[in-house]
Design a protein. Structure first.
Length: 192
């Protein structure tokens, strides 16, 4: 009788130790999920602050209607910093996983990304000079039209169908930008 009790006690101990291991794994997974969620939200918040304050910060750098720095140099430094950061991220990821792209060299693989990078560099230069002639709100509205043109080109070039909700959102965006633009023109004509 005592032997069966000790055997059942041993089974209970091993089953509960398995439950403890599962609970520990679940707790670790939940903790990682929460940390990932916090990091993701922090990145989104930083992007919102960075994108929203860009035009205001450029206007703060103006002196007598002229930008006091070279926009080309500023964008070049930004792109070099991003390149250095990307290089460190690449070396970190390859040190952890040595077999990322064994058949393709990293340089040949990165060439297609140079075209959008160059276009992005030109766009950033134009944005800095454009903001000299526009107030920050108008500049942000104009930059929001990028969403509209991107969606239309996405539909025309890639032939991807947009849902009714997406078309509705694009319509709202377009008419919102249009009404802001008309409101500014009416206000300017009224003040003149």
């Amino acid at each position: 009788m005592q032997t069966s009790n000790s055997a059942s006690f041993g089974l209970t101990m091993s089953a509960s130790s398995g439950d403890v291991d599962n609970n520990t794994l679940n707790l670790k997974q939940k903790t990682e999920d929460i940390l990932h969620s916090i990091k993701f939200r922090a990145i989104i918040l930083f992007q919102i602050i960075a994108c929203g304050s860009y035009s205001v910060l450029v206007h703060l750098c103006e002196k007598d209607g002229v930008i006091t720095f070279s926009s080309t140099t500023m964008n070049l430094i930004l792109e070099i910093v991003k390149l250095i950061f990307s290089f460190f991220a690449l070396t970190y990821s390859t040190s952890r996983n040595t077999n990322i792209y064994p058949n393709i060299s990293w340089f040949r693989q990165s060439l297609p990304y140079s075209i959008p990078g160059i276009l992005y560099f030109i766009t950033n230069n134009l944005n800095v000079h454009m903001q000299v002639y526009m107030d920050p709100a108008s500049c942000q509205i104009l930059l929001n039209l990028k969403i509209f043109t991107t969606a239309i080109l996405y539909r025309l070039i890639i032939k991807q169908k947009l849902t009714r909700q997406q078309w509705f959102a694009l319509t709202l965006l377009f008419f919102g930008c249009l009404s802001y633009s008309l409101g500014i023109n009416i206000l300017v004509n009224f003040l003149v």
